[in-house]
Design a protein around this ligand. Structure first.
Ligand code: DX5
Ligand code: ZN
Length: 224
């Protein structure tokens, strides 16, 4: 497999929500900003919604990667594309018509991403893989930052990467949960190319250095 460029997407879930503009500026050296939208129903946590995502899109120069952990994304996801998101991820366990929703997002100029929780398989997505720009493999149960990385998800990432390579697709694989300089090599070796990191970036005093560190660790381990 040819070498791919690793992208780092800091999650603002671990940022200071009262100093969001400052904390967005601190991650300007990243490739994307990952915004976790939670609704107290799909996951036992509540974060922010469309109006705040719209302001984030106005304030940052980075592409905004919205991760919807909400019920009924079929109804709500297009609003986030409208708000300016560059990509929107919605969950297998929440959507009713993933192909219709993906096409709707793409028609709006937004990247469509399908997310799976740790107990959900990727094989059912294989037949509709070309409908998506990215597949998000959760490496924690969604809902909270700072949880322990689930290394048992790496076999799933490898199966997905093999399928993408076999078919010559350019689908990105995003991994979200417990990503740090220590786990980045494992993730990259398995074939993920978009790494979300919340606590590992915002928990560090030098956020730019943390981003560099994760990127370098992943890049050198990405299987050649
Ligand atoms: C968890 C969120 C993640 C979270 C990751 O449900 O989807 O994006 O911010 O946090 P860390 O990197 O601390 O595991
Ligand atoms: Zn996330």
């Amino acid at each position: 497999m040819k070498a791919m460029t690793i992208q780092i997407a800091p999650s603002i879930l671990s940022a200071d929500f009262c100093n969001l503009e400052r904390d967005l500026k601190a991650i300007e050296s990243a490739d994307l900003v990952h915004v976790d939208v939670m609704d107290h129903h799909f996951v036992p946590n509540l974060t922010l919604g469309e109006p705040i995502v719209k302001r984030i899109c106005e304030v940052t120069d980075l592409p905004v990667d919205v991760h919807l952990m909400i019920e009924d994304p079929d109804r709500w996801a297009p609003g986030y594309a409208q708000a300016g998101a560059a990509s929107v991820s919605f969950h297998m366990g929440a959507t009713h018509a993933p192909v219709r929703l993906a096409r709707q997002l793409r028609d709006m100029g937004c990247r469509a991403c399908f997310a799976v929780r740790p107990a959900e398989p990727v094989e059912p997505i294989f037949d509709i893989l070309d409908e998506f720009d990215m597949i998000l493999v959760m490496t924690v149960e969604p809902g909270f930052g700072g949880q322990k990385f689930l290394a048992n998800q790496m076999a799933k990432v490898r199966r997905l990467r093999d399928e993408i390579t076999r078919r010559g697709l350019s689908t990105h694989i995003q991994v979200d949960g417990g990503v740090s300089p220590a786990t980045a090599p494992v993730v990259a070796q398995a074939g993920a190319d978009v790494l979300v990191a919340g606590s590992a970036v915002y928990g560090a005093s030098d956020r730019a250095a943390a981003i560099d560190n994760i990127r370098n660790q992943a890049q050198s381990a990405y299987r050649a």
